[in-house]
Design a protein around this ligand. Structure first.
Ligand code: ZN
Ligand code: ZN
Length: 323
C-alpha cells in the first residue's frame, strides 16, 4: 500500500515567494488526510494534486499561519456544491476557533463535524492508528503520529507443501490465520513485519514527547523555523532550530528527518547544512516535494523533488465553481 507525504506549504510564520504556509497531505492507499491549512493552501493544492474534497482535516494548533486557509477553502467547497461531510479535528479550543471563522464561512451545503482531539487521543483506522500528542509550543499544540499495524509474515509455500498441505485454497486459509489439517499458520508464516511510522510534530521546540513518539519512526517531519544563531529567539517563541531538530532526530533513531516551517529569511540549504552533521539523513523539502515511504523491507523513505519529476496527477477534476 502506497504511503507518502506531500509538502503543500513549507514556510513558517509568513509565506515567501517560494514557500506557502503550512499544509501537508498524507496519502495512504485511497485516503487523503490534510494536516493544517495555512493561508493559500487551496491554491497550493490546485497547483499540485487538485483541490480535493478532503473528508478530514487535522489542525495542530490555532496560530494564524496554520489555519487561515480554512475559510477560503470551505467557501470554494460551498461554491461547487460539495455535499460530502467534513470532519475537522483540532486540539481543545476548536469550538472557539470555529466561532471566529463561522461568520466568514457562512452557510455551507455540507455538514461539518468539529472533533476535539486531546493529547494522547487515538483514532483507530483500518490498518493504522492516528495518535495525537502534546508538543511544547505557545499554548496547547499537537503533534500527530501515524502508526501502521504489523503485517502478517511472509507465507512459505514450500514449507506448507512439505507439511502435507495441497497448494490452492488451503494456502489461502493458512495465510488468513486458519489451521489446515493440523498445520498451524505459525508453522508456515514468517515473523510479522512491522508497519510504517510517520510523525508530524507541528510547531514545537525539540521535546521529549516527540523523541518518544518518533522513536525509530521511518520519517519525522519537524519544524526548523530558525538557525542556531537564533537559538534564543527560537526558544522564546517555542520553535526549533535546524540543529535542535536534527539532534532530536538522532536521539529518536528515526530513518529520515524532513525539516519544514522554514522562516522566509532562509532558502533551505542553510538549514540542511546546519542539521546534517548532527543527523545525516536530513532533507528540507520545498513546496510540492513529496516523501515516499515504502514498506521497510523494500527500502528507505525517498524524497521526490517536484523539480525533478512530472507534475502531480490532479486527482480531482471538480467543475469550476459558479459564484
Ligand atoms: Zn507556525
Ligand atoms: Zn505556532
Amino acid at each position: 500500500m502506497d504511503l507518502d507525504v506531500l509538502f503543500v506549504g513549507t514556510a513558517g510564520s509568513a509565506p515567501s515567494a517560494r514557500r506557502g504556509l503550512p499544509a501537508i497531505v498524507v496519502r495512504r492507499g485511497g485516503e487523503r488526510l490534510l494536516f493544517d491549512c495555512g493561508e493559500g493552501t487551496q491554491r497550493q493544492l490546485m497547483r499540485s494534486i487538485g483541490l480535493l474534497d478532503f473528508e478530514e482535516i487535522f489542525l495542530t494548533h490555532y496560530h494564524a499561519d496554520h489555519v487561515l486557509g480554512l475559510p477560503g477553502m470551505l467557501k470554494s467547497f460551498a461554491l461547487r456544491q460539495r455535499e460530502r461531510p467534513l470532519t475537522i479535528y483540532g486540539p481543545p479550543g476548536l469550538a472557539s476557533f470555529w466561532r471566529l471563522i463561522d461568520p466568514i464561512v457562512g452557510r455551507l451545503p455540507f455538514k461539518i463535524t468539529l472533533q476535539t482531539i486531546a493529547p494522547n487521543d487515538e483514532l483507530q483506522r483500518d490498518g493504522y492508528r492516528l495518535a495525537a500528542y502534546e508538543v511544547d509550543h505557545r499554548g496547547l499544540a499537537l503533534g500527530y503520529a501515524i502508526v501502521e499495524s504489523p503485517r502478517p509474515g511472509v507465507f512459505d509455500p514450500d514449507r506448507a507443501q512439505s507439511l502435507g498441505v495441497t497448494p490452492g485454497p488451503d494456502f489461502g486459509r493458512l495465510q488468513r490465520g486458519e489451521t489446515v489439517d493440523g498445520v498451524r499458520p505459525d508453522q508456515v508464516m514468517g515473523e510479522p513485519r512491522r508497519g510504517r511510522r510517520l510523525v508530524l510534530a507541528g510547531d514545537t521546540v525539540p521535546c521529549e514527547m516527540t523523541r518518544l513518539v518518533a522513536y525509530e519512526a521511518d520519517l519525522l517531519v519537524h519544524e526548523a523555523t530558525l538557525l542556531e544563531d537564533e537559538a534564543q529567539r527560537a526558544w522564546e517563541t517555542r520553535h526549533s532550530t535546524a540543529l535542535g531538530a536534527a539532534e532530536l532526530a538522532a536521539a529518536a533513531h528515526v530513518t529520515m528527518l524532513a525539516l519544514t516551517h522554514v522562516s522566509p529569511r532562509y532558502a533551505g540549504r542553510e538549514l540542511e547544512e546546519e542539521a546534517r552533521p548532527a543527523f545525516e539523513n536530513t532533507v528540507v523539502p520545498r513546496d510540492f516535494d513529496r516523501i515516499e515511504l515504502p514498506f521497510p523491507e523494500r527500502g528507505e523513505p525517498q524524497l521526490v523533488k517536484a523539480s525533478e519529476r512530472p507534475p502531480e496527477r490532479v486527482e480531482s477534476a471538480a467543475p469550476d465553481p459558479v459564484p
